[in-house]
Write a protein that binds this ligand. Structure first.
Ligand code: NAG
Length: 151
């Protein structure tokens, strides 16, 4: 069990670094507002949203970005990517069936499959594994980086 725990603590570190040095987004889009209405911090989505849809009955949603969005995570240049289209199912404090958000660590891409919010904390699910982070790390929406070569 030591290995998954190590991975999770590194993942925690990654997420805590993700948004710490970004400029605040002064005009969160209505997609970000929807996110807050469901109990999530706006920093889960980057700033570059071009459109989104939420079915408030089923919770099914999609978010479209202009292009794939990358964020580099210091200190070791791990990457997080957002696909052009992010889909899932959102209800109060819970996102399930998430598709389109990945983190690269230990030479693999890890898909974030679900996110739960308990107010102070977010629990990220990577398949059967989950890891908890303070929600305040996600108070600001990160800008996408310019395109760059990815090894
Ligand atoms: C929203 O979801 C409900 C329940 O699954 C479904 O009946 C309805 O057709 C959906 N609405 C749209 C606009 O897709």
């Amino acid at each position: 069990m030591a290995k998954p725990l190590f991975f999770l603590s590194v993942l925690a570190l990654l997420f805590s670094f993700t948004h710490s040095s970004q400029n605040p987004n002064p005009n969160p889009s209505s997609a970000h507002t929807v996110l807050s209405n469901y109990g999530f911090p706006i920093g889960l989505l980057p700033t570059a949203i071009t459109s989104y849809t939420v079915n408030h009955t089923s919770g099914d949603f999609f978010v479209k970005l202009g292009d794939e969005c990358k964020v580099t995570l210091p200190p070791d240049n791990y990457l997080a990517t957002y696909s052009k289209t992010i889909t899932g199912k959102i209800v109060e404090n819970r996102i399930a069936d998430l598709d389109g958000i990945r983190v690269r660590a230990f030479f693999q891409w890890w898909s974030i499959t679900g996110i739960r919010s308990s107010g102070d904390n977010l629990v990220f699910e990577v398949g059967m594994v989950s890891a908890k982070y303070p929600s305040k790390n996600f108070d600001e929406s990160p800008p996408c980086e310019g395109r760059r070569a990815v090894s």
